[in-house]
Design a protein around this ligand. Sequence first.
Ligand code: MF3
Ligand code: CO
Length: 255
Amino acid sequence: MILLKTKEEIELIRDSAQLLGKTLAEVGRHIQPGVTTAFLDNIGEQFIRDNGGIPLCKGYEGFPAAFCISVNDVVVHGIPSETLFIKEGDNVSLDCVIELNGYVSDSAYTFTCGDPSADMQRLLKVTKEALYIGIEKCKAGNRVGDIGHAVQQHCEKNGYSVVRELCGHGVGFKMHESPNVPNYGVPGTGPLLKEGMVIAVEPMICMGSKNVVFSREDGWTCRTKDGKPAAHFEHTVAIGANGPDILTTFDFIEQ
Ligand code: MF3
Ligand code: CO
């Protein structure tokens, strides 16, 4: 069942989402050669708690950390590690879900460490563009397939591929609500978008082929099968009376 949110509830989700935007920026500022992904996770968890939030990934189905931190060929769900050191040129995606005053928001941003290659920069640019092109479709009267189609078109026309195993989702009262929001699809198909729905739109895009593998050791880490880089950007978006209302923000991020 798709749960609709009132205007008041959407404002509370926005408060959560704004704190999450500040959190991603705060952690992003600490990305530099030699830091570990566990260090970044600790900084972020402290920041969330200092501001009255709860990091919901921690303990979710056994996930051990506040952030998913996914480097280079890790698409999503990277587990922060004391032995994974960031190096110059890496792409580092931070994905985090928080609860503030009972309301839940979800956002991700792929940062780079130092000067990435031109190929990497283009992947990040196109994936971020795809996020906003998908969000433009988040209007009452459209369908979920319109979002996925728009994301897929933009990425494929730029020579990239779309991960099929994972998708966006409803959010706001819990981390994962209905409906699923795939990053591929057929226009005019899927659940109808209605005012008051809140969804996480989150393109996960590969430089090479779309195939991914999940780690057999930890059960979480999702990598590209061909070892090429991937990118991930995510916003929590409300379907507003006048179109998409982006509740999370990248405005605090310097990159
Ligand atoms: N933020 C992810 C999503 O977009 C979920 C992370 S899985 C977790 O759905 F276990 F880390 F929570
Ligand atoms: Co999500």
